[in-house]
Ligand binder design. Structure first.
Ligand SMILES: NC(=O)c1ccc[n+]([C@@H]2O[C@H](COP(=O)([O-])OP(=O)(O)OC[C@H]3O[C@@H](n4cnc5c(N)ncnc54)[C@H](OP(=O)(O)O)[C@@H]3O)[C@@H](O)[C@H]2O)c1
Length: 359
């Protein structure tokens, strides 16, 4: 796997702006962005500034407000990519985000419309509306909630757990990466569905939050506890559903404790995303055979056409105070490359987001 380069490059292009921003005619309109760049067989980011082009028929100019930083971004910087192709060298870094339409030549997206989609690591994006979703204007819902709960993160937890994990009342659900954006929702949905829920996370503060604020039955600090002993203690009836966000040793330990016909939702393997050597496979694979268990990979993109199902339930649970989320918002697009490391050292406190511009 290609490692990330820790150097940043800066290229500023001075040119005549083609577009007019904020109605200030004649003002130099400049878009800033991070493009990928190869350095010493590794991949880094190059900060570039370019004039905003004039819009063509059907196009819109989006002023980006929030950029979602996600573990999967790491996979897009590898030679093979993951479920999406890699970002080509020199292209704007791919990223999901929220923005507002600032200029429009597309009647489906008038000026002032809030939209979300793959807007990229840049402050202005030009789009034709394809794969762009309009957000409702509801002042009672903060825009960041569409990244942390009502967008693809909520759908990942909802469909991954309910469609693949198929939890039943009284069963034991274990979730790794439990205090993260996806994991924290998975555990709460598990409680709503009547499960005993045990989370695995990387700090005392995160474990306290899971138990005291989110209602998990138990939380295990994998950095300070024996995970297998704690799982045995907190899962006296074994494990029926495992929602996997992490992989590696934790997956092996859980496999040793699964019940007959257990379901394992393979959602993420973050412990392996930065690996530079082939990673060891799970040793306890035989237990999947012995326990007639099911392990199934899951990618949320496959569920976008069913988004409404998740939205209806998530909105209702949120309004009833049954589901909570937290966001970790860092200011400034220029900080994106350094900030994404928070996902890998565990210092993010909830959904990691870059504030690209003020709402
Ligand atoms: N399949 C899909 O469609 C889909 C969609 C969205 C997300 N995902 C996956 O879901 C997982 C969680 O994503 P997220 O966006 O919710 O991120 P997140 O959980 O908010 O942040 C990542 C967390 O992973 C934990 N972590 C990092 N390195 C680790 C390691 N070596 N061992 C154990 N834990 C480690 C850290 O928490 P600790 O402090 O607990 O270590 C960190 O806070 C990722 O694997 C991601 O790829 C999959």
């Amino acid at each position: 796997m290609t490692a990330l380069c820790d150097r940043l490059f800066r290229k500023t292009i001075n040119g005549n702006a083609g577009g007019i921003l904020n109605g200030n005619k004649g003002e130099s309109a400049v878009a800033s962005r991070y493009a990928t760049r190869r350095c010493d067989r590794r991949i880094g980011f190059e900060w570039t500034q370019e004039p905003v082009p004039t819009l063509g028929e059907g196009q819109i100019l989006i002023h980006n407000i929030y950029l979602s930083l996600d573990p999967t971004n790491r996979g897009w910087l590898t030679e093979g990519g993951n479920y999406l192709p890699p970002v080509a060298i020199g292209e704007v870094m791919r990223g999901f985000g929220i923005g507002v339409v600032e200029q429009s030549r597309n009647s489906d997206f008038p000026e002032g419309t809030f939209v979300q989609g793959f807007l990229g690591w840049q402050d202005y994006a030009i789009a034709d509306g394809t794969n762009l979703y309009e957000l409702p204007k509801d002042p009672s819902i903060p825009l960041t909630a569409y990244l942390a709960l009502f967008g693809f993160i909520g759908m990942t937890a909802y469909f991954g757990l309910l469609d693949i994990g198929k939890p039943k009342v009284g069963e034991t659900l274990v979730v790794s990466g439990a205090a993260g954006a996806v994991g924290s929702l998975v555990g709460q949905i598990g409680k709503i569905k009547g499960c005993r829920v045990v989370g695995i996370a990387g700090s005392e503060e995160k474990c306290r939050w899971l138990k005291d604020e989110l209602g998990f039955d138990a939380a295990i600090n994998y950095k300070t506890e024996s995970v297998v002993e704690s799982l045995q203690q907190h899962c006296p009836d074994g494990i029926d559903v495992y929602f996997e966000n992490v992989g590696g040793e934790i997956l092996d330990l859980v496999l040793s404790l699964i019940n007959l016909r257990a379901r394992i939702v393979l959602c993420g393997l973050i412990s392996q995303y930065n690996a530079t050597e082939p990673v060891p496979g799970p040793y306890n694979l035989s237990n999947i055979l012995n326990k007639r268990a099911k392990l199934e990979g899951f990618i949320v993109l496959d569920y976008f056409n069913r988004a409404q199902e998740a939205l209806v339930d998530l909105s209702q649970w949120y309004a009833q105070g049954k589901i909570k989320y937290r966001v970790d918002v860092i200011d400034g697009l220029e900080n994106a490359p350094g900030t994404i490391n928070k996902l890998f050292d565990g210092t993010n406190q909830g959904k990691l987001i870059i504030r690209v511009s003020e709402e």
